[in-house]
Design a protein around this ligand. Structure first.
Ligand code: MN
Ligand code: MN
Length: 313
C-alpha cells in the first residue's frame, strides 16, 4: 500500500505566463517511454512479481521503495503541467498537443507523451530475472535523465525548470542505486561500463539547492515499518563525488501544492465553480468541520470559497 502525503517533493512556482507548448513537451516526462509513469510501473510490477523475497530482501526492498518515490514524481510532473496550462486562452489552442490538453484534459495533465500518444504497458519490463530487471532499471533511469535535460533546455518556464532541476538530482540517486545493486550482485561496475550521461547537475541553477541539501546522496524510506534492508545495498561512496550514500528513515519534508484557480471555460471543476463550493461548504458545516478549510495549500487565504469567488467576480 502506498502511504499518501498531500505535499510535493519540490517547491513549484505559482502560475505565471501560460506555456501550452512547454506543457506538451513536459508530457514526455509523464507518459513517454522514459517518463515517470514508466518508472513507477516498472518498479511496481517488478516488486509485485518478486519471488523468493526473503532470500533476496535488500534488492526487493530497494526496488519497492524507489517505486513509492516515483509515485510522487508522477504527481510533480502533473502539477507542473497544470501550472503551465493555467489561464491558457482558447485562441492559443492551435497546436495538436495543446488540443489534447484542452479537449480531453480540461487544461490538465494526460497519461500520454509529448505527442499525446497514451502511455502503455509495453513500457514495463518485468522479466522475473533480478539481474536483467536491475540492468533495465539502470538503463531506464539513464534515459529518463537524458529526457529531463532535454526538457530543461527546451522549456524556460519556471515550473518546468524547477521540476527538471529536482528530478535530475533524484534520477541521479536512482541511477546510482541500481548501479550499486548490480555491482553488489555481479561485481560489474555500471558507472565504468557505460558512458551514461555525465550530467553536470552542479552547473544547473535549479539543481544546486537540492545538491546543497545532500539530495543527490539520499534515498528516502518512509514506510512506517517496512523496506528496512535497503541499507545493505545502498551504501558506500557516490561514484561521482565520493561522498557517503545514505538511507533516510523519513519522508522528505515536502511542500504544499498551489491551489490552481478554477478554469470555468473548460468546466474545471465546473462551469460555475462557486455552486460546487457552496454545496461543499454546506456539507462541511453539516459534518462539523471547522470554518477554515483544513487542507494545506501554498496560497492559503481563507479557504477555497473566497478564492473561487474572487476569481469570478
Ligand atoms: Mn522519477
Ligand atoms: Mn527514478
Amino acid at each position: 500500500m502506498i502511504l499518501r502525503i498531500d505535499r510535493l517533493g519540490v517547491e513549484l512556482p505559482p502560475p505565471s505566463t501560460p506555456d501550452p507548448a512547454g506543457a506538451a513537451a513536459v508530457q514526455e516526462l509523464m507518459g513517454g517511454k522514459f517518463g515517470e509513469m514508466s518508472t513507477l510501473m516498472n518498479y511496481t510490477f517488478q516488486s509485485m512479481n518478486f519471488r523468493f523475497r526473503q532470500g533476496a530482501r535488500p534488492f526487493y526492498d530497494l526496488i519497492a521503495n524507489i517505486a513509492a518515490e516515483e509515485y510522487g514524481h508522477v504527481e510533480l510532473v502533473g502539477a507542473t503541467i497544470n501550472t503551465m496550462l493555467t489561464d491558457v486562452d482558447l485562441d492559443d489552442a492551435h497546436d495538436d498537443a495543446y488540443k489534447q490538453h484542452y479537449l480531453f484534459g480540461g487544461k490538465g495533465a494526460l497519461p500520454a507523451d509529448s505527442h499525446g500518444k497514451p502511455w502503455n504497458g509495453s513500457y514495463v519490463h518485468s522479466s522475473g530475472d533480478l539481474v536483467e530487471d536491475l540492468t533495465h532499471n539502470y538503463f531506464l533511469e539513464t534515459g529518463a535523465r537524458s529526457g529531463k535535460l532535454r526538457v530543461y533546455e527546451m522549456c524556460d518556464h519556471p515550473a518546468a525548470r524547477a521540476l527538471t532541476g529536482y528530478l535530475l538530482v533524484r534520477g541521479g540517486v536512482h541511477q546510482v542505486a541500481y548501479a550499486r545493486a548490480l555491482e553488489r550482485l555481479t561485481g560489474a561496475d555500471m558507472t565504468k561500463l557505460f558512458p551514461s550521461p555525465r550530467i553536470p547537475t552542479d552547473k544547473i541553477p535549479e539543481s544546486q539547492p537540492h545538491i546543497a541539501q545532500g539530495l543527490h546522496l539520499k534515498l528516502y524510506r518512509f514506510s512506517p515499518q517496512d523496506y528496512r534492508e535497503i541499507v545493505a545495498v545502498f551504501n558506500g561512496p557516490h561514484p561521482e563525488t565520493g561522498e557517503d550514500l545514505m538511507v533516510v528513515d523519513e519522508a522528505p519534508e515536502g511542500f504544499p501544492p498551489y491551489d490552481l484557480p478554477a478554469q470555468p471555460d473548460v468546466f474545471a471543476p465546473d462551469y460555475a465553480p462557486e455552486e460546487i463550493s457552496e454545496i461543499a461548504q454546506k456539507l462541511r458545516k453539516a459534518a462539523g468541520l471547522p470554518d477554515h478549510v483544513t487542507g494545506i495549500v501554498a496560497n492559503d487565504g481563507n479557504g477555497l470559497v473566497g478564492k473561487v469567488k474572487d476569481k469570478l467576480t
